[in-house]
Write a protein that binds this ligand. Structure first.
Ligand code: GLC
Length: 597
């Protein structure tokens, strides 16, 4: 059944292969799908996306904060590591309560990041190098300092219902209380009272991030205008922020909202996880809005020509919901709803069966004909190298590059950057600042937002300032572009070899896949395509050395030996040598990419 589900789109040729594959697959626990030579892929389907957190990428003017000119000055790094498209976390005007995710003017650039001209220059220079620029679209909320919000507070004509406003309720003692028990993402009530308007407004995130009202057609239109405005500036698409929280349940005829049920997940009543969040997340109306935005992208391309403009959607949601983001049989949706399974599914430790399960959960649920993608980190998560263990850094980069579909890298993953250590005094993330000194580390996102590490010099080459906005992460003296560029066995060198392979290998672009957890530690993935080189990735994610037989334990069709193409930094094997697959010894943390025609 699984086989049929993950390969429905393959046509007659594919179906024949499946019949063949299923003969031996049903007897074991492998995951298989076929590939075809002819598939013509659009640019984004095999792309290597790269997330830039502009505040921490490169500071050009010495204020300790990254900026657009800084990014432009470092485009060669992106080129060097083969990036197809870079998506930038928000660069728009913002009071920076949530570091740009609280936008006060969606049509302008934040001063500390530069000017509109700087942005145009960045797009032009990037395009010259064959790199596309994608912006972060934050549709759910605006800053409470935006003109729209101020007008809405004053009930100015056209703006009365721009946000989600509701009257308060009264408790038994006659005290005013919020309209419902809903909680924001950064602790505490999701409702904030506005004396001037004598109503509460909804904020699913910080108090300063007021939720826009998508039941108001003027808001829907305004947000589409924003998309077109930035498309006019030459961007190749958008990463869309916090999509599942776009709509909430409708109020009843008296304007009252129902309470959420208690989840049982935590006793901490200020933590959003305390409630089920069924009324304020994953609503059906949200899916339709994604389809509407896709229409904006497609219409734009039809009118203006050029390459496909993409929509990448941030969704932390159950598969049944996330997969609808792709579209359905009659409507197109997001090109890629981000796949966070390798983040959310590999906790508390990374094991081979969990990796298999995380991959299964995407590929077995993905609708026919859609493109997969693989994400291992972003600015909201702890650093991949810290989460998976530094010894698994190369293995995880290999996995993301060798699985079928698009790969996504968060800045610094190519270097194996690890979490910063941020004291309570240095903490700036609202998710942590809204807690207290004893629990902030559970919530803080600052550790993955520290300055990018260019060299072992002052401020890791990020800035000439006396102090950077966040302190540097440990080990920057070793984990940086300059030092890693001079070694053939650095994380960076391995990353570059992977990119080269992805770009040149038809097998990786169009090939079949098969994968399996051989035990708790060893995970193996094979990609193959008729007439092309077969590629095998094998990693020991466990704590002890292992010896495996890839023929008997995984795939009897594999040859006795394959050539070693890429290996993890700490492997003692030698590139180019033949590796015997029937008796393959792997140290803890060792990962290999093998090839054979
Ligand atoms: C998304 C962003 C996160 C931000 C939130 C509110 O989840 O990735 O950084 O805090 O939305 O905009």
């Amino acid at each position: 059944m699984k086989i049929n589900e993950s390969t429905r789109s393959l046509g007659a040729y594919g179906a024949l292969l499946i019949l063949f594959a299923s003969n031996y697959c049903l007897a074991c626990n492998d995951r298989v799908a076929s590939g075809t030579q002819e598939q013509q892929k659009d640019w984004w389907q095999t792309a290597q996306f790269y997330q830039i957190y502009p505040r921490s990428f490169m500071d050009s003017n010495g204020d300790g904060i990254g900026d657009l000119k800084g990014i432009t000055s470092r485009l060669d790094h992106l080129k060097d590591i083969g990036v197809t498209a870079a998506w930038l976390s928000p660069i728009f005007k913002s009071p920076m309560v949530d570091f740009g995710y609280d936008i006060s003017d969606f049509y302008d650039i934040q001063d500390e990041y530069g000017t509109m001209d700087d942005f145009r220059e960045l797009v032009a220079e990037a395009n010259k190098k064959g790199i596309k620029i994608i912006l972060d679209f934050v549709p759910n909320h605006s800053s409470n300092e935006s003109e729209w919000f101020k007008k809405s507070v004053r009930r100015e004509r056209g703006y009365e219902d721009y946000y989600v406003w509701a009257d308060g309720k009264y408790d038994a003692e006659g005290n005013r209380i919020p309209p419902s028990n809903w909680l924001q993402s950064f602790r505490g009530s999701a409702w904030e009272w506005r004396e001037e308007r004598q109503q509460y407004y909804l904020h699913q995130f910080a108090v300063q991030q007021a939720d826009l009202n998508y039941r108001n057609p003027a808001v829907v239109e305004q947000m589409k205008r924003i998309l077109r405005f930035w498309l006019d500036q030459g961007v190749a698409g958008f990463r869309v922020d916090a999509v599942p929280v776009l709509f909430e349940v409708e109020p009843d005829e008296n304007g009252q909202y129902p309470d959420e049920g208690v989840s049982g997940a935590t006793d901490d009543k200020d933590d959003r996880a305390y409630l089920k969040n069924e009324l304020i997340e994953n609503r059906p109306e949200t899916i339709d809005m994604v389809y509407q935005w896709r229409q904006v992208m497609d219409d734009y391309q039809r009118i203006h020509g050029g390459d496909t403009r993409v929509l990448l959607i941030e969704t932390y949601a159950p598969p049944a919901y996330t997969m609808q983001m792709y579209g359905n049989r009659s409507v197109e949706g997001a090109h890629l709803p981000f796949n966070f399974n390798l983040i959310t599914g590999l906790k508390p430790d990374v094991t081979a069966p969990l990796v298999q399960q995380a991959i299964d959960q995407w590929l077995n649920n993905m609708p026919a004909g859609r493109t997969a993608n693989w994400v291992i980190g972003n600015h909201d998560q702890r650093r991949a190298a810290s989460r998976y263990g530094a010894q698994n850094t190369d293995a995880m980069n290999m996995l993301v590059m060798i699985l079928p579909g698009a790969s996504v890298t968060y800045q610094g993953e190519e270097l194996g950057m690890i979490d910063g250590v941020i004291s309570w005094e240095d903490t700036v993330d609202p998710a942590a600042c809204n807690s207290n000194t004893s629990i902030y580390e559970k919530f803080t996102r600052d550790p993955s937002r520290t300055p990018f590490q260019w060299s072992d010099g002052k401020n890791a080459g990020f800035s000439s300032a006396a102090k950077t906005w966040l302190p540097l992460a440990p080990e920057y003296e070793i984990l940086n572009v300059e030092v890693e560029s001079s070694s053939a066995y650095s994380h960076l060198a391995i990353y570059k070899s992977l990119v080269e392979l992805r770009k040149t290998s038809k097998t990786l672009q169009n090939g079949a896949y098969k994968y399996k957890a051989l035990d708790d530690g060893v995970f193996v993935l094979k990609r193959s395509l008729a007439g092309e080189e077969t590629i095998v990735f094998v990693a020991n994610l466990g704590n002890a050395a292992k010896t495996v037989n890839l023929q008997t334990d995984f795939d009897t069709y594999l040859p006795n030996a394959m050539n070693l193409k890429i290996l993890s930094a700490d492997s003692s094997k030698t590139i180019g040598t033949e590796i015997n697959l029937t008796r393959l010894s792997l140290e803890s943390g060792e990962a290999l990419v093998l090839g054979r025609r």
